[in-house]
Design a binder for this molecule. Structure first.
Ligand SMILES: [Zn+2]
Length: 235
């Protein structure tokens, strides 16, 4: 803990004076983060560090397993963060970011290890669809390492699906005002993979290429609309 306290002292004494104007501007103008990032609470996975972002750039929500519980009547911290980011802050991009060597995914693979952690076990139920996908849709006989990797990637896709059940997200998607991204950070290589919704797979984010998107922003309404409405005009 001493290092952390020392860090505050360094920040106050050496860093903040050079950034004071920026912080004051962020208070004066309010925050306008570019994206909401939902990442794992793992200490090695810092969204700000990976994206080299600064204060005011990212609205961040972190929890064990980068999980988004599907929308329900029950109030929750993740649901509130999503609603606030979309409705109040008007973010146009939401990223769900998983990572390699994820302890939550290991717990999902070894439920007996969670016997003394009933809350974690209950929380990870939101990832059971990913387990079932890996069990049934992937080849048998995969090594535990490969299974873990597949599980962590499929978990990102499952959480993207859960994200779409939130009314604020569903409405912003229908209006074509929101894009969804699924990322995966490989701690050991520093590589970030992005889920390409079109191809249905993760690909490495390459400097030369446009970053693949899980769901692009395109207005969509299922029902016929009256002439002159937004959706008809967009057809
Ligand atoms: Zn994790």
């Amino acid at each position: 803990m001493d290092d952390i306290i020392q860090g505050i002292s360094n920040f106050r004494g050496r860093v903040f004076p050079g950034q004071q104007q920026m912080y004051q501007r962020l208070v004066r103008d309010g925050q306008q983060p570019q994206a909401l990032i939902i990442a794992c609470a793992d200490s090695r996975v810092s969204p700000e560090h990976i994206t080299q972002s600064g204060p005011g750039d990212l609205f961040v929500c972190r929890n064990a397993g980068n999980i988004v519980p599907p929308f329900s009547q029950q109030n929750g911290g993740v649901s509130s963060a999503i609603e606030y980011a979309v409705v109040a802050l008007g973010v146009r991009d939401i990223v769900i970011c998983g990572h390699s060597d994820c302890g939550a995914m290991k717990g999902l693979m070894n439920p007996e290890a969670l016997s003394s952690m009933p809350n974690v076990a209950a929380w990870l139920r939101h990832s059971h669809a990913a387990s079932q996908i890996v069990c049934e849709a992937y080849p048998e006989g995969m090594s535990p390492k490969d299974r873990h990797h597949a599980l962590a990637l499929e978990n990102v896709v499952v959480q993207l699906n859960n994200l779409r059940t939130h009314p604020s997200v569903a409405a912003a998607l229908a209006k074509g005002e929101l894009r969804l991204h699924g990322w995966f950070f490989e701690i050991e290589s520093g590589q970030v993979l992005a889920y390409c919704g079109e191809r249905g797979r993760f690909v490495a984010i390459d400097d030369a290429e446009l970053v693949p998107v899980a769901q692009t922003s395109a207005a969509r309404v299922a029902a016929p609309t009256f002439a002159g409405s937004h959706a008809v005009a967009a057809e």
